[in-house]
Unconditional design. Sequence first.
Length: 249
Amino acid sequence: MKAILVIGGSDCSSGAGIQRDLNVLFEKKIYGVSVITAVTSQNSKKFYSFQSVSKKQIIHQLNAVFNEFDIEFVKLGMLANSKIVETVSHYLSNKKVTIIYDPVMKSSSGGNLMDSKFIDSIKQNLFSIIELLTPNFNELEALLGCKINDLEENGLKEIYKQLRVKNLLIKGGHIPNHTLSTDYLITNNNIHIFHKERLEKDFRGTGCSLATSIVSEMFKGNDLKNAVEISKEWLWKKMEENKGIIFYN
C-alpha cells in the first residue's frame, strides 16, 4: 500500500507537528504513516516542554513503516537534536525517497525545538539528500547565521548558493514590512515567485501544513512548481476561511 511518511514531533493540541500533518493528508485523501521524533506538550497559548525519542525507538518506527508500506515521499518536520538528524539522515539515505524538509526550530507558542549542534548537523547530514527545503524567514536567517536584507534576484541566488540544497522555498509569512505574503521557489535554473494577500491573523501549523500539502501534490504527480502553487493557494483559502477546524488562533 502506498503511503506518505511524515517524521517529526507530536503536538497534543493538534495545532502543528505530526497531528497537523496527518490531518492534511487525510483531507487530501492520502494515507499517512508517521515516525515520532519527540513528544511536545503545548497548545495555542503556551509551550510547556518536549522529550526526544531515543535513537533505538526512531529506528524501530522507521523499520515498522518501511517494512509494511510502499513509501516514495517523506516529509520531515521537528528533528529535535543533532543525534536524531544523524539517525534519520543515515536511514533515509539508503532509501529511494523524495524528501521535503520543513526545518522546524521553534514552536509557534514559543518553545525552542533544537540543540546547539542542530544547524550544523542538518547542513552536514541532511541537505544533500532532500528535494526541497522550506524555511520561513526567521528559520532562513538562522540557517545562514546572518540577517537578510536582499530578496531580489541576486540576493536569492546567493542564499541558494550558500545553502547548497537542490530546491529552496522561502516562505514569506514572516518577512517584515511586506504588504503581500510572497514565497520564493529557487531551483538550479529558475526563481518562481508566488504572491498572495497577507492575512492579518495569527495561525499555528501553517508551515507544517504547507510542506505536507506540497509533498501530497507531488505524490499525486504534480511537478514541484505546480505542487507549491497549488499548496499556497490551498493554504491561503484555509486561512481566509478561518473556520477553526484546521487552523485556529
